[in-house]
Design a protein around this ligand. Structure first.
Ligand code: ADP
Ligand code: MG
Length: 860
C-alpha cells in the first residue's frame, strides 16, 4: 500500500546535516562557535549578530549530526537503510554538499588506509560511507548465499570534463595535454538515461579490494590549493556501485535483480571570490560553479515545480538526473563548520539544504531482468567488442589522418550537441503535444456534455410542444366559458338597474334623515354662538380693566401734580421768610441810621460847646481843653459801648442765621429722602400694575385659545359624526339593497341610537366647556378682586405719604439755603461798614482834640 502511495505522491529527498569539530587551527586561534546542533530534536541553531542584536536562526533537518558524531554513527543511522534499499533493487544516491574543508571527503571516503584496518577485514573508525557501504553489501550478499556481481565505477567531473579515476595506469600516466583529450563523452543510453562511454567498470569480489580502488582513485583526484583548505578538492567525484543478484522464481526461471548506489562528493560550495581562486583558476572555478549553479537551479526548478528543469545545462546534472526528481532515492549530507569565520557559507549551505528538502522523487524498483535476456545482451556486447578487437588486430578497419579524425570527432560532438538540443526540443514539443491532447480531451468532454445537454433540451422541447397543444385546447374552453360569463353579466346588470331604482327610493328616505341632521347642526350653531358671547364678555372685561388702569394712571399723575403744588407752597414760604429777613435787615439799617443821627447830634453838641468855649474866655481854655478831652473820652466810651451793642446784635443775627442754615439743610436732606421713597414706591406700583396687566392678558389669551380649541374640537366632532354617519348610511344603503324592509327599520333604529349617543356626547362636551369657562371666569374674578384690594392698599399708602410730604414741605425748602447765604454775606458787609464808620469817628474825634489843642495854644 505505502509503496504505491509513494509512487503516486513521491518521497521527499532526505537531508542530513553534519557539523565537523573544530580543527586544530581553529582551536589554536580560539575561533568562537556559531553553530549548535541538537541531534535529538534534529535542529541546528546559528547565532548571528546583526546590528548589535543577537539573533538565533534555527533549521530543522531529517537528521542532524553534531561535532561529536562518529563516522559509524552517521553510517548506521543514515546510510544502512539506503544500502538495504539498494540491495532490494532500488537506485539510491548520496550527495555530500558543503564548503571546502567542512568534511565532505571525510564523510564520503574517510581516512581509510588498508594499514589501519583491523583483523578480519574490520574497518578503521575513520572509514567513510563508501568503504562501509561496500562492506555492508558484501556482508549481506554473502550471508544470503546468493549469486551476485558487484561493479564499481569512479569518475571525476572537473571543469565540465569527465575523467575515469579507475582507468589503468598506462592510460592515466600520459601528459596533462593528452589527458585532457582523454576525457570521456557523455551519451544517451537510449533508455532515457546517460552513460559515460569508455568508463572502466571494475568488478569487485570482496570488500577488502575497495581500499585498493579508493586509494587508486583518490590519488588521481585533482586538487588545487586554495586559501581555505590545503587538501581541498575542487572537483566533483562520483563513486557508483552496481549490484546484480540472481533470484529464482517458483517457476524455476532465473531473474536478475539490479541495484545501484551513487556516492557523490561535490566540490566546495563556497564563493569563488572568497575561496581566493585567481587568474588561471578563475575559469576553473567558473566551470565548477557551473555544475554547482546548475544543480542549484535544478533544485529550485524542482521545488517550485517549474515546467522546464535545466538538467542539460551541466554534466553533473545530466549524470544525476535520475537522482533529482526521478526514480532514485536521494539523500543529501550537508556539511558545515562550527567556526565563526565560515558563518556566511554555513548559512548559505543551510539555506540550500533546507530548500532541497522539498524535492520529491518517485522511487521505483528496477525491473528484474530475465537471465536469458541479460546473457543475450552480454553476448551482443561481446560480439561488438570482438569485432573491434579484430579490426584493431588485423588493421582492416578505417584509417584516416589524425586531423581528419579530430575534425570528424568535433563534428560528431557538434552533431551530438545538436541531437541533444533536438532531444530537448522534442521533449518540449512532447510536453506541448501532451498539453494539446489534454485540451483536446477536455474539448471532447465538453462536446459530449453539450450533446447530452442538447438531447435533454430536445426532450424538453417536445414536452413543451405537447404542453402548448393542451394549453390551446384549454384556451378554447376558456373562451367558451367567457362567453357564458358575458351573458350572465348582462343579466346581472339588468338586475342591478332594478336595484338602483330601489336605491333611489331609499335615498329620499336618507335625505329626510339629513334634514334631521341639519336641525342638529343648528343646535350646534347656537352653542357656538354662546361660546362667542362668552368670548365677547371676556373681551368687555378686558376693556374695562384697561380703562380702570388708565384712571389709575391718571390718579397717579394727579397725585404727582399735587406733590408739585406742595413743593410750590414750600417755595413760597421760603420766599416769605426771605422777605421777613429782608425787613429785619432794614430795621437794623434804621437802627444804624438812628445811632448815626445820635452821633451827629453829639457832634453838633460838641461843636456848640467848642463855639461856646471859643466865644468864652481864654481863661477858661484850660478847663475847656480838659472838658474837651473828657468829652472826647465820653464820646469814645459811648462809641465803644455802641460798637459792643452792634457787634452783639450782629453775633445774634449770625447765630440765628447759622441755625437756620442747619435746619434748612436737614430739611432738604429729609425732603430728598422722602422723594426717593415715594418715587421707589411709585416704581414698584407701576411694575406690579404691568405684571398684573400681563397676567390678565395671558389669562385672556388662554381663554381665547381654549375657546378656539373647544370650537375646533366641536367642529371635528361634528365632521367625524358626519363622516361616520355618511359611512354608516352608505353601508346601510348597500345592505338595504339586499334586505330592504328589515334593514330600513333597523337602519332608522340605529340612526336614532347613533344620533342620541352623539347628542349626549355633544352635550357632555358642551357642559365640560362651560365648566372650564366658568373656572376661568371665577379665576379672573379672583384675580381682579385681588388687584382691587392691592390697589386700595397702595392708594392709602400714597395718601399717607403725600400728607407727610406736605407737612415737611410747609416748614422748609431747599432754596432757602442759598438765600440765607446771601443774607449772611450782606450782614457781614454791614458789620464791616460799621467798623469803618467807627474808625472814622475815632479819627475825627482825635483830629478834633488835636485841633482843639492847637487852637488852645493859639489862644494862649
Ligand atoms: P572537504 O572534503 O569538505 O573539503 P575534508 O573532508 O577534506 O573536507 O575535511 C577537512 C579536514 O577536516 C580533514 O582533515 C578531516 O580529517 C577533518 N574533518 C572533517 N570532518 C571531520 C569530522 N567529522 N571529524 C573529525 N575530523 C573531520
Ligand atoms: Mg574534499
Amino acid at each position: 500500500m505505502s509503496g504505491r502511495h509513494d509512487k503516486e505522491k513521491g518521497v521527499n529527498v532526505q537531508v542530513l546535516l553534519r557539523c565537523r569539530p573544530f580543527s586544530d587551527d581553529e582551536l589554536r586561534s580560539n575561533a568562537p562557535q556559531v553553530v549548535t546542533c541538537n541531534d535529538y530534536q534534529r535542529e541546528v541553531a546559528v547565532s548571528q549578530n546583526i546590528a548589535g542584536k543577537h539573533i538565533d536562526r534555527i533549521f530543522t533537518f531529517d537528521k542532524v549530526f553534531g561535532p561529536s558524531a562518529q563516522q559509524r554513527d552517521l553510517y548506521e543511522q543514515a546510510v544502512v537503510p539506503i544500502v538495504n534499499e539498494v540491495l532490494e533493487g532500488f537506485n539510491c544516491t548520496i550527495f555530500a554538499y558543503g564548503q571546502t574543508g567542512t568534511g565532505k571527503t571525510y564523510t564520503m571516503e574517510g581516512e581509510c588506509k588498508r594499514s589501519k584496518s583491523g583483523p578480519n577485514g574490520e574497518l578503521p573508525p575513520e572509514a567513510g560511507v563508501i568503504p562501509r557501504a561496500v562492506k555492508q553489501i558484501f556482508d549481506t550478499l554473502e550471508s544470503q548465499n546468493a549469486e551476485y556481481s558487484v561493479k564499481v565505477t569512479f569518475l571525476e567531473l572537473y571543469n565540465e570534463e569527465i575523467t575515469d579515476l579507475l582507468a589503468p595506469e598506462e592510460i592515466s600516466r600520459v601528459t596533462l595535454e593528452e589527458k585532457q583529450k582523454k576525457q570521456l563523452p557523455l551519451m544517451e543510453d537510449g533508455k532515457g538515461g546517460v552513460l559515460v562511454r569508455g568508463l572502466e567498470e571494475e568488478i569487485v569480489a570482496s570488500a577488502s579490494e575497495i581500499f585498493t580502488l579508493l586509494e587508486r582513485g583518490s590519488a588521481k583526484r585533482r586538487t588545487a590549493e586554495t586559501f581555505l583548505n590545503k587538501q581541498s578538492s575542487r572537483s566533483h567525484s562520483l563513486f557508483s556501485i552496481t549490484i546484480h543478484i540472481k533470484e529464482a522464481t517458483p517457476e524455476g526461471e532465473e531473474l536478475i535483480k539490479c541495484g545501484k548506489l551513487n556516492l557523490v562528493d561535490l566540490a566546495g560550495s563556497e564563493n569563488i571570490s572568497r575561496s581566493g581562486a585567481r587568474e588561471g583558476r578563475a575559469r576553473e572555478a567558473g566551470e565548477i560553479n557551473k555544475s554547482l549553479l546548475t544543480l542549484g537551479r535544478v533544485i529550485n526548478a524542482l521545488v517550485e515545480h517549474l515546467g522546464h528543469i535545466p538538467y542539460r545545462d551541466s554534466k553533473l546534472t545530466r549524470l544525476l538526473r535520475d537522482s533529482l526528481g526521478g526514480r532514485t532515492k536521494t539523500c543529501i549530507i550537508a556539511t558545515v563548520s562550527p567556526a565563526v569565520h565560515c558563518l556566511e557559507e554555513t548559512l548559505s549551505t543551510l539555506d540550500y539544504a533546507h530548500r532541497a528538502k522539498n524535492i520529491r522523487n518517485k522511487p521505483e524498483v528496477n525491473q528484474k531482468m530475465m537471465k536469458s535476456t541479460l546473457i543475450k545482451d552480454l553476448y551482443g556486447e561481446i560480439e561488438r567488442l570482438k569485432a573491434e578487437v579484430y579490426a584493431a588486430r588485423e588493421k582492416n578497419g578505417v584509417y584516416i589522418p589524425k586531423e581528419r579524425y579530430y575534425q570528424e570527432e568535433s563534428e560528431r560532438k557538434a552533431m551530438a550537441d545538436q541531437i541533444e538540443q533536438m532531444g530537448v526540443l522534442i521533449e518540449t514539443q512532447q510536453k506541448q503535444s501532451e498539453d494539446w491532447r489534454d485540451k483536446y480531451d477536455a474539448q471532447v468532454h465538453q462536446c459530449s456534455d453539450l450533446s447530452t445537454k442538447l438531447s435533454a433540451t430536445e426532450k424538453n422541447f417536445n414536452q413543451t410542444i405537447k404542453l402548448l397543444m393542451s394549453t390551446e385546447e384549454e384556451l378554447k374552453k376558456c373562451r367558451y366559458s367567457l362567453k357564458e360569463r358575458d351573458f350572465i353579466i348582462s343579466e346581472q346588470r339588468k338586475a342591478e338597474n332594478a336595484l338602483a331604482h330601489q336605491a333611489c327610493v331609499l335615498r329620499s328616505d336618507l335625505e329626510k334623515a339629513l334634514q334631521d341632521n341639519a336641525s342638529l347642526y343648528q343646535k350646534i350653531g347656537r352653542e357656538d354662538k354662546l361660546s362667542s358671547d362668552n368670548r365677547s364678555v371676556v373681551d368687555n372685561f378686558r376693556t374695562e380693566l384697561s380703562q380702570q388702569i388708565v384712571s389709575l394712571c391718571n390718579m397717579v399723575a394727579t397725585s404727582i401734580s399735587q406733590q408739585n403744588e406742595h413743593l410750590q407752597c414750600v417755595q413760597d414760604l421760603g420766599n416769605s421768610f426771605l422777605d421777613r429777613h429782608r425787613k429785619s435787615i432794614e430795621e437794623l439799617k434804621k437802627k444804624l441810621s438812628s445811632s448815626r443821627a445820635v452821633y451827629i447830634s453829639h457832634i453838633e453838641a460838641v461843636q456848640n460847646v467848642v463855639r461856646l468855649h471859643n466865644a468864652g474866655s481864654i481863661a477858661g481854655l484850660e478847663e475847656i481843653s480838659l472838658l474837651a478831652s473828657s468829652s472826647a473820652q465820653t464820646i469814645k466810651d459811648h462809641l465803644a459801648s455802641e460798637a459792643g451793642q452792634v457787634s452783639s446784635i450782629f453775633d445774634e443775627l449770625q447765630n440765628t442765621l447759622s441755625t437756620h442754615q442747619g435746619e434748612v439743610a436737614l430739611f432738604a436732606r429729609e425732603m430728598r429722602q422722602r422723594f426717593h421713597v415715594s418715587s421707589e414706591q411709585r416704581k414698584e406700583v407701576s411694575e406690579y400694575m404691568n405684571g398684573f396687566l400681563d397676567k390678565i392678558l395671558e389669562q385672556c389669551k388662554s381663554l381665547e385659545n381654549h375657546a378656539v380649541q373647544a370650537d375646533a374640537v366641536q367642529m371635528k366632532n361634528i365632521a367625524d359624526f358626519q363622516k361616520a354617519y355618511e359611512e354608516q348610511s352608505k353601508s346601510d344603503a348597500e345592505k338595504l339593497v339586499a334586505d330592504i324592509n328589515n334593514l330600513v327599520s333597523n337602519h332608522l333604529q340605529r340612526q336614532k341610537e347613533l344620533v342620541d349617543a352623539r347628542l349626549v356626547d355633544l352635550r357632555e362636551t358642551a357642559t365640560g366647556n362651560k365648566a372650564v369657562l366658568d373656572g376661568h371666569v371665577s379665576s379672573m374674578e379672583y384675580v381682579s378682586t385681588d388687584a382691587k384690594r392691592k390697589w386700595q392698599e397702595f392708594s392709602m399708602q400714597t395718601e399717607n405719604d403725600a400728607k407727610d410730604i406736605a407737612d415737611y414741605s410747609v416748614t422748609k425748602h431747599c432754596r432757602m439755603e442759598s438765600l440765607l447765604q446771601q443774607c449772611v454775606s450782606t450782614a457781614g458787609s454791614a458789620f464791616k461798614h460799621w467798623e469803618k464808620t467807627l474808625d472814622s469817628v475815632n479819627e475825627m474825634g482825635n483830629n478834633h482834640v488835636s485841633e482843639i489843642g492847637i487852637s488852645y495854644e493859639k489862644c494862649i
